[in-house]
Ligand binder design. Structure first.
Ligand code: NAD
Length: 439
C-alpha cells in the first residue's frame, strides 16, 4: 500500500553521502540548491505569491515499503519514493534511480528539475522522479527484478501513460523499464507500452533514445561555442563521468571535430594532451569496466580534470561536483551540465565572476526527456519513426530551446541558468493562470 505524506523536513547534509561536501551550508542538498535558483528566478519574474507557494510544493509524495525475499530466503524491506512535482502541463515524467544515496529531498529536487526541464524544451509533460534506496551492486538480477516489480505495484496508482511515466536514471536501464512495463500491463490486463520510456526497441522503445542526452549535450555545446565566437574544430574538452551521458557526449563531440583530452569515472581520471580516442576508451570500458588503466593516457587526480586548461568542461556524473572549493580554479570557457545539479549556487557565482558560460542542466541534458517524449508519442500512435527523423526533431527542439533561453538571458541581463528557470517558471505559471484553482 502506498501512503501519501505531508511535506517532510529537509534531509541534513550528512545524509548525502559520497558527494563532494561544500562548506556552504545546505549547498550540497540538491533540493536547497534547486530552490535557491527557483527563488532567484521567481523574484525577477515578480511571480504572484500564491503561484509561488503552489510551485514550491510537490503535488504528491509517495513513500512505500518494498519487501522482497532475497535469494538466501531472507526477507528484506527497502524504501521507495515517487514524487510528482507538477502536472499542470501534462503527465508527470521522470526517471527512477536505484542507489544508496537516494533521499526524499534528492527525489523532490530531481522531480522539480523535471518540471522545469520539460517546460524549457516546451514538451507537454510535468515533472516527477522516483527512487529505491538500495545498492544494485549487491543484488542479483532476480532480486533486482523483484524490487522493481514490487516497487511498481506499490506506486501503481500514480503510474499511467496519462498520469505518470517513468524512465531510466542512475543504475536503472532498459531491462528495468521492461519489468515496469510488464508489471503495470499485468495489472491492467493488456499491454501498455506508453507507461514507461527508455524501453528496449523491440517492445516500443525509440531509436535514438539511448544516445539522446549525450546528443543534446553535443548540440548545445556547439551552439554555445558559436555564440561565443569560439572555434568548434580543435576545441579541447574534459568530461567527468563516462556513463550513458558522458561517453556518448564525448564520442559525438569528437565526431564534430572537438578534442577530448580527459575523461573520468568512479575509478579515476585519464588524460592525453593530444586527445583520447573515445571509441577505444569505450571499448576499453566494455572489457575492463572502468576508464582507469587505458593505454596511451596519463592518470590524473579526479579533481584535476575539472581544472584543466580546456575550452569545454562537461560534468556528467552526479550532483554537487563543482563547488566553491574548485570553481575558482576552473578554466573552461563553456560548462555543459550533462549531469543534474553538478554546480552548487556559490560555485555558480564564482564561475560567472570569471566569465564562464554555463549551459544549465535543465537545458543541457534535456535531450533525453525530449526523445522520451518522442517515444511516448510513437507508442501512443503505434507508429515508429526512423532514427534520422528522431535526431532531426531532437536537434530542432534543442537548438530552438538554447536560443529561447539565450534571448531571455539577454533581455533580463541574467545568466543562462536563471534565464532557463525564468522561461520554465513562466511557462508553467501561464498554464496555472489559465486553468485556475479547482476547489
Ligand atoms: P551512469 O550511471 O550511466 O554514469 C555515471 C558515470 O559517472 C559513471 O561513469 C560513474 O562511474 C561516474 N561517476 C560517478 N560518480 C563520479 C564522481 N564522483 N566522479 C567522476 N565520475 C563519477 O549515469 P548517466 O545516465 O550517464 O547519468 C549521469 C548524470 O546525468 C546523472 O546526474 C543523471 O541524473 C543525469 N542525466 C541522465 C540522463 C540519461 O538519459 N541517462 C538524462 C538527463 C540527466
Amino acid at each position: 500500500m502506498s501512503n501519501i505524506t505531508e511535506a517532510p523536513h529537509p534531509a541534513t547534509a550528512s545524509q548525502v553521502v559520497g558527494r563532494d561536501k561544500d562548506p556552504f551550508i545546505g549547498e550540497e542538498n540538491p533540493f536547497e540548491a534547486m530552490m535557491a535558483r527557483f527563488d532567484h528566478a521567481a523574484e525577477i519574474l515578480a511571480l504572484d505569491p500564491g503561484l509561488y507557494r503552489v510551485l514550491r510544493q510537490p503535488e504528491k509524495q509517495v513513500i512505500v515499503a518494498v519487501p522482497i525475499q532475497r535469494d538466501n530466503a531472507e526477507i528484506e524491506v527497502f524504501t521507495g519514493y515517487r514524487v510528482l512535482h507538477n502536472t499542470s502541463r501534462g503527465p508527470a515524467k521522470g526517471g527512477i534511480r536505484f542507489d544508496l544515496n537516494v533521499t526524499l529531498d534528492e527525489v523532490k529536487a530531481l522531480a522539480a528539475w523535471m518540471t522545469w526541464k520539460c517546460a524549457v524544451v516546451n514538451i507537454p509533460f510535468g515533472g516527477a522522479k522516483g527512487g529505491v534506496v538500495c545498492d544494485p551492486t549487491n543484488l542479483t538480477i532476480s532480486e533486482l527484478e523483484r524490487i522493481t516489480r514490487r516497487y511498481t505495484a506499490a506506486i501503481i496508482e500514480t503510474l499511467g501513460p496519462e498520469s505518470d511515466i517513468p524512465a531510466p536514471d542512475v543504475n536503472t536501464n532498459e531491462r528495468v523499464m521492461a519489468w515496469i512495463m510488464d508489471t503495470y500491463s499485468m495489472h491492467k490486463r493488456h499491454s501498455v507500452t506508453a507507461v514507461v520510456t527508455g524501453k528496449p526497441i523491440e517492445m516500443g522503445g525509440s531509436l535514438g533514445r539511448r544516445e539522446a542526452t549525450g546528443r543534446g549535450c553535443m548540440i548545445v555545446t556547439k551552439e554555445a561555442l558559436k555564440h561565443l565566437g569560439l572555434p568548434i574544430r580543435g576545441a579541447k574538452v574534459a568530461v567527468q563521468g563516462f556513463g550513458n551521458v558522458g561517453s556518448v557526449a564525448a564520442r559525438l563531440l569528437q565526431e564534430e571535430g572537438l578534442v577530448v583530452v580527459a575523461v573520468s569515472d568512479v575509478s579515476g581520471a585519464i588524460y592525453s594532451p593530444t586527445g583520447l580516442d573515445i571509441d577505444d576508451v569505450v571499448e576499453w570500458t566494455r572489457e575492463h569496466r572502468y576508464v582507469s588503466g587505458f593505454p596511451d593516457s596519463e592518470a590524473i587526480a579526479p579533481d584535476e580534470l575539472l581544472t584543466l586548461d580546456v575550452d569545454v568542461l562537461l560534468p556528467a556524473a552526479v550532483e554537487s561536483t563543482i563547488t566553491r572549493r574548485n570553481a575558482g580554479k576552473i578554466k573552461a570557457k563553456v560548462i555543459c551540465e550533462g549531469a543534474n545539479g553538478p554546480t552548487t549556487p556559490s560555485a555558480d557565482k564564482m564561475l560567472e565572476n570569471h566569465g564562464a558560460f554555463v549551459i544549465p542542466d535543465i537545458l543541457a541534458n534535456a535531450g533525453g526527456v525530449t526523445v522520451s517524449y518522442f517515444e511516448w508519442v510513437q507508442d501512443r500512435a503505434a507508429y515508429f519513426w526512423d532514427e534520422h527523423t528522431v535526431n532531426e526533431r531532437l536537434q530542432n527542439i534543442i537548438q530552438r530551446s538554447f536560443h529561447d533561453v539565450l534571448s531571455v538571458a539577454r533581455r533580463h541581463s541574467v545568466n543562462m541558468r536563471i534565464a532557463a528557470y525564468m522561461l520554465a517558471i513562466e511557462r508553467v505559471a501561464a498554464v496555472h493562470r489559465l486553468r485556475g484553482l479547482y476547489a
